[in-house]
Design a protein around this ligand. Sequence first.
Ligand code: ADP
Length: 219
Amino acid sequence: LEIASYSADTLLSLINDVLDYSKIEAGRFVLESIDFDLRRAVEEVTESLADHAFTKKVELTPMFSANLPEMVNGDPTRFRQIITNLVGNAIKFTEQGEVTIYLTLVESSPYRLTIRCEVHDTGIGIAPEVQARIFDSFTQVDSSTTREYGGTGLGLALSKQLVQLMGGQIGVDSKVGKGSTFWFTLTLATHKKISPNLTPCINLKGLRALIVDDNAINR
Ligand code: ADP
């Protein structure tokens, strides 16, 4: 039953990707414009992929810069879809180590703001000569990728289209055997009501702290 359920999910996400892709190509793709919580959106993706990371003993951590606004206005479904693609790949191509998602604010004006998301992994990495190609549709690093890891080579192409529709850019820095960092920027509208920044309400200055965790990034 698990295999049937997994296969159905894989097929469903493939069909959705193909439909989205052809909608974009036909110029029929409409982005939503609703208020959403940035941190919550990233945490939802992390929660949905945590089980897969845990099974592979890969540490999965989201990190947010302190100046990030709480609420923004844009298309949360597509925002989550891009992060799901990048983080899903990062976990898939990492055998040991960690996957970390960094979300930072690049610039903001009264009406618009630009955010940058980076997904770091300590996985197999990608050779320089194929890095530009992997954003093309149906492209994988080599044919053995499909045999070993599955996939269709459509996720990054779709992510690139979505990022561009939202006025951003996408790219990758990677070293074979060391890992990859996929990044993208997005321009979003500021939330109508100015949300207070999440600043700590207690002053920790001068206090001694003991921080214990087996993972360096969490520490
Ligand atoms: P899929 O994952 O379905 O094959 P994608 O378009 O998402 O398709 O990715 C295209 C190819 O880029 C992958 O098949 C893989 O070869 C390479 N790739 C993507 N992300 C990573 C990563 N984090 N580490 C190593 N290779 C990657």
